[in-house]
Design a protein around this ligand. Structure first.
Ligand code: HEM
Length: 675
């Protein structure tokens, strides 16, 4: 029953929307695992059934035909309606399911977007969705004031299958589709009687029956599920690669882009000692990793030996599936933009105190100067202590551990040298230092930090976040600060080497800071338009993390190449940053790429923060911190590249940074630093 006030706003969810809500698994932030083709068929079935229920199409035994061409206003349904209208020959339902299944992803995407717009679902970075716990939920939308969208649909369905209530025609269709996807058993505990009832319901409605028959018939068509004609993965010639100009300059993304141009989007490199590595490089492979990767690739294997060095097992970057989603969700406030935005005064203060040490006329090594400035902020914000005295050792140890256990470039004993053993002890120093200031009395009244969040998680579920994982968790934040430090050094280089852009950034900085320190709200897209586009271009040309490693856990076909179970995969997600068809003239630093008229970054080809479920959790925090630091340097100083004719080269292992030879000279202090 709808009340009068509801009646004006009540809008029924479409069948594809209800199907998504039924398939959503809140524990993983994604759908119950349904093989891709089956899921596609089910969604097309839902779209066709909805069009039929709202009398736009009709079906009989032989054909599916248009009844009314008037658009529905639903972005998931109208393209389907148009396609049916444009077809000159009458076709049957099964034909349409087969034909449209290839485009089902766009139906799924529009459906998800629509549910987010309706505030039924909430979107999370990394392509996760959960139910929005807001007020406008599907229950209300469908005329009930109780429960969330999922609960509402689930209640209706469970009444039909358990309580023998006669289901409405649309519920019959939903039941058929879910049954065809074979996911009822993940949602409810089924006994023989219920299964019989489900089968019975599936036969009750003609539309539902024909959709389900067409879907299940397609499920049986193995040729459609996977291309039988997979190609052999080409192997890169090591001798030719050795002479590649990008190997010499250390520009890995440009190297991968060139290899993809020569060998195609999937190629392998066979190192003389060690397992072959399959590389994915291109816009389509990026899209595949982002949307589908979670079902076939996992992070656990490549990370296992590395985390063990810290005594840990199952830390965030090493987790997959439901555990990963749960931990990521619990930690996202700790890495959010808001956490930093609430502490802007402290951020300005720390930045000024650090810059006050710079002397006009002096030159400083780019990497050290930038990393130290960023760490002087990240360390107290994330772990509550200063670590300037130990950060270099922590980083050296981590880089060695990565080279030994992830890149496999060095033998294991290289991590046990006397120098490394003493650096390993610094991890204990950090742990003790952090623990000593995280007593309840000392933390009272302070902004929460990452350590507070980890300690609460550990206290509430010590099996999920054991004490043995904390060493890694605390060090990782500081180690990641080196990534931001390196991004900062590239930004300073790009600014110092392009005076015209430097002047435009200075103008924005002066407008923001001339009348006192701005609040984070002042960093609007208009106020920092140039700085924002400048930083986006820095992350395109100089991506700090150019690739990610994974292992294949389920065999799969990508761009017609089969990846067998157990293969080692390198996702070269930033190869696209140097591909001409995505970023024309890719070696040109051009901040106008991001103007609305060009929007070159709006594709999976722009991926400085990674792809899919492990996308950088700190990216929003990073963007604010990076912009603040760049603007503050621009406001207070003119810096120059030293030597002036320096030609940028990269030091790319284990992550991208400028070569050691780059320095910055403090040419001018533009105004006093009030500390
Ligand atoms: C500009 C600097 C940074 C860049 C370019 C960057 C990039 C990335 C990338 C590409 C990944 C995905 C790795 C993978 O797929 O295996 C990642 C993951 C992650 N990053 Fe960042 N990162 C940056 C700075 C930071 C900082 C400073 C922090 C926190 C202090 C941070 C927190 C994280 C976390 C927690 C993850 C793991 C997310 C997960 O596994 O679910 N990042 N980052």
């Amino acid at each position: 029953m709808t009340t009068t006030s509801q009646a004006t706003t009540t809008k029924r969810l479409s069948l594809p929307e209800e199907l998504i809500l039924m398939l959503l698994n809140e524990e993983t932030g994604y759908f119950h695992q349904v093989p891709g083709w089956d899921l596609n068929c089910a969604f097309v079935g839902a779209a066709l059934a909805e069009l039929s229920l709202i009398s736009r199409i009709d079906t009989d035994e032989e054909s599916l035909f248009l009844v009314d061409r008037m658009p529905t206003g639903n972005p998931a349904l109208d393209p389907v309606l148009k396609e049916i209208e444009a077809e000159p020959v009458k076709r049957n339902t099964q034909y349409w399911i087969e034909r449209l299944a290839a485009q089902a992803e766009s139906i799924i995407d529009s459906t998800l977007d629509h549910l987010v717009a309706l505030n039924v679902l909430q979107y999370h970075d990394g392509d996760f969705w959960t139910l929005a716990r807001g007020t406008t939920q599907a229950g209300t939308l469908n005329g009930s004031s109780e429960g969330s969208g999922v609960e509402f649909v689930k209640t209706r369905i469970s009444k039909a299958i358990f309580d023998n209530e006669i289901p409405a025609p649309r519920d019959v269709i939903i039941i058929c589709l879910i049954n065809t996807c074979d996911v009822f058993r993940f949602m409810f505990q089924l006994d023989d009687e219920t299964e019989e009832r489900i089968e019975f319901i599936c036969k009750m409605d003609l539309i539902g029956r024909s959709m389900a028959a067409a879907v299940s018939h397609n499920l049986a068509g193995p040729l459609l599920q996977r291309s039988a004609l997979t190609k052999g993965i080409p192997t890169v010639s090591l001798s030719k690669m050795a002479f590649n100009r990008h190997i010499r300059s250390g520009n890995l993304p440009a190297l991968f882009a060139e290899l993809a141009q020569q060998y195609g989007p999937v190629f392998q490199i066979k190192p003389p000692f060690g397992k072959p590595m399959v590389f994915l490089a291109g816009s389509n492979t990026n899209r595949w990793v982002h949307r589908r990767g979670r079902m076939y690739l996992r992070a656990r294997d490549y990370f296992a030996d590395f985390e063990k060095v810290y005594g840990a097992a199952g830390v965030l970057p090493a987790l997959d599936g439901a555990d990963h989603f749960r931990l990521r969700k619990s930690l996202s406030p700790a890495y959010s933009r808001k956490r930093l935005a609430d502490q802007m005064d402290d951020l300005y203060d720390r930045a000024r105190r650090h810059m006050a040490e710079w002397k006009v006329g002096e030159s400083y090594p780019a990497t050290g100067m930038s990393r130290r400035m960023i760490n002087s902020q990240i360390s107290p914000f994330m772990v509550g202590v200063d670590t300037q005295d130990i950060i270099d050792d922590l980083l050296k140890f981590k880089e060695r551990a990565l080279s030994v256990h992830v890149m496999k470039l060095m033998p294991k004993f290289m991590l046990k040298t006397p120098g490394m053993k003493s650096k390993a002890k610094i991890i204990e120093t950090l742990l003790e230092r952090v623990q000593s200031v995280h007593t309840p009395a000392q933390r009272a009244g302070r902004h929460r930090n990452l350590v507070d969040d980890y300690l609460s998680l550990h206290a509430s579920d010590p099996q999920f976040v054991p004490e043995s994982n904390l060493r890694f968790a605390f060090t990782a934040a500081l180690v990641a600060s080196a990534y931001l430090g390196d991004a900062f050094s590239f930004a300073l280089y790009a600014m110092a080497s392009q005076p015209e852009l430097y002047a435009r950034i200075q103008k924005e900085a002066d407008a923001l800071f001339d009348n006192g320190d701005p609040s984070s709200d002042a960093f609007t897209p208009e106020a920092i338009d140039v700085t924002h586009r400048f930083l986006m271009e820095c992350l395109r040309m100089y991506p700090i993390v150019p690739m990610s490693m994974r292992h294949v856990m389920n065999s799969c076909v990508v761009e017609d190449y089969e990846l067998p179970v157990g293969s080692k995969v390198v996702i070269a997600q930033t190869a696209t940053h140097y591909m001409e068809d995505i970023f024309p003239d890719p070696f040109k630093f051009d901040i106008d790429r991001y103007l609305p008229s060009r929007n070159e970054h709006l594709s999976p080809g722009y991926a400085p923060y990674g792809l899919g479920t492990h996308t950088c959790l700190g990216s929003q925090w990073m963007n604010l911190q990076l912009a603040t630091n760049v603007l503050m340097v621009a406001h207070h100083f003119t810096i120059k590249v030293d030597p002036e004719n320096f030609k940028l080269r990269f030091n790319p292992i284990p992550s991208m940074k400028p070569s050691k030879k780059l320095k910055f000279r403090i040419a001018e202090r533009r105004r006093e630093l009030k500390v």
